[in-house]
Design a protein around this ligand. Structure first.
Ligand SMILES: *Cc1c(COP(=O)(O)O)cnc(C)c1O
Length: 390
């Protein structure tokens, strides 16, 4: 499993695995490189939280670095520490924590930390003093998402506290940042409003004596669709894995899906007309037909909401799931086509190879492509192809 081609991705499956998520690391590298070119060479912080959106955090991070990501972004400190343990020595930002977080370990490991509140800043500063090392902190402003980050009314207090901690040497504020609410709707007025609010927040920070170098707002949607949000750095996640953040599944920058979810049929059998299929018999055969059993279910992350709707590729044709997706398996009605136990199935992958995509599954299950790839469970082994190596 060292070659980069789609053929190799299929070949990996010739292992006897009943299911395998094959991740093309070259696709991740190429997607990062394409995004970096798109933003005119600005810094790219590749977001590898949630086990690299299901692709494997360490392998995804290596592929992203190879593609030119100068930064890695994660939600939680444990994720940053896993990257350090894998040997990654580059800049990493970790942005979500609860009181009592092991900031000492994070500071010692040289992980940059985000602060949303004065209390959190104090905790980080105290940890830095204990470790005897200055903590690199990026202050987060809530510019309108209404989720994490300091409220506009609390910003002056946070910035002043940060300036004082910087004078005592406990922390250095390296960045100021925020997160978009509606980046999947380019042109939406909230995007320019949030951009202006971040610029105002940065100006306050500078007036207070801070000199943040890293200013960032854009996730994948902003990176792809809203150049005004780019500041000094962009923070794409889903796009580096080749899945569009937009509802129509398109991307103005060519990106390639990195994950292909393969399976192998467990059983093929002829059944009579009127045969109810799977729990609740929500699908009933209309004529004599052939059913194929795919041994992958919601215990592997296949959404049960994809029952009777999710597509799969089998022997060159796409079929929909027949009946309910259960914990370990689902059924496909292949009519008069022929198939045999052991035949390869692709649940989702790359439409350029005729495969259904994570976006197709998202539509079938009333969710977003993010959830489809990220949910692929720990019961599914990951296989890697591509020159970077896992
Ligand atoms: C997850 C996340 C991102 C990446 O978002 P995508 O839409 O996947 O590009 C960026 N910034 C923050 C704060 C996030 O939580």
């Amino acid at each position: 499993m060292t070659s980069a081609s789609g053929d190799a991705a299929s070949a990996a499956l010739v292992s006897s695995a009943r299911a395998e998520a094959v991740v093309d690391l070259d696709a991740i590298s190429a997607n990062v490189a394409a995004l970096r070119a798109h933003v005119g060479g600005r810094d790219v912080m590749a977001v590898v939280k949630a086990d690299g959106y299901g692709h494997g955090i360490v392998a995804s991070a290596r592929a992203a670095r190879a593609g030119g990501a100068s930064w890695l972004g994660v939600a939680f400190l444990d994720e940053a520490l896993a990257l350090r343990a894998s040997g990654d020595k580059g800049p990493i930002l970790s942005w979500l924590a609860v009181p009592g977080e092991r900031y000492d370990v994070g500071v010692a490991a040289g992980v940059e930390l985000s602060a949303y509140s004065v209390a959190q800043l104090r905790e980080i500063g105290a940890a830095a003093d204990r470790v005897g090392k200055r903590a690199a902190v990026q202050l987060k402003l809530d510019t309108g998402l209404g989720r994490g980050g300091a409220h506009r009314d609390d910003w002056a207090e946070l910035v002043d506290a940060a300036a004082r901690s910087q004078e005592t040497g406990s922390v250095e504020v390296t960045g100021v940042w925020s997160h978009l609410a509606r980046s999947d709707e380019p042109g939406h007025p909230s995007i320019s409003a949030q951009t202006a609010a971040l610029a105002t927040g940065v100006a306050h920070a500078v007036e207070s004596g801070l000199a943040p170098r890293h200013l960032h707002l854009a996730n994948s949607g902003g990176t792809l669709g809203s150049p005004g949000t780019w500041f000094t750095m962009v923070r794409p996640g889903i796009a580096i894995y080749g899945v569009s953040p937009f509802a129509d599944g398109t991307s103005p920058v060519p990106i390639r899906p990195a994950m292909t979810l393969h399976g192998r049929l467990a059983l093929v059998k002829r059944v009579n007309p009127g045969q109810g299929v799977s729990y609740g018999h929500t699908y009933v055969t209309e004529r004599e037909t052939t059913l194929a059993l795919v041994p992958i279910g919601y215990g592997d992350g296949i959404p049960r909401h994809g029952s009777n709707r999710g597509p799969v590729l089998l022997n060159g044709r796409q079929y929909l799931v027949a009946g309910r997706v259960s914990m370990d398996q689902f059924v496909v009605d292949i009519g008069e086509a022929s198939a045999a136990a052991g035949d390869a199935v692709v649940v989702f992958g790359d439409s350029d190879r005729g495969e259904p995509t994570a976006h197709d599954w998202a539509q079938a299950a009333d969710t977003i492509g993010y959830e489809i790839v990220t949910r692929v469970g720990s019961r599914v082994p990951r296989g890697y192809v591509g020159a970077v190596g896992p």
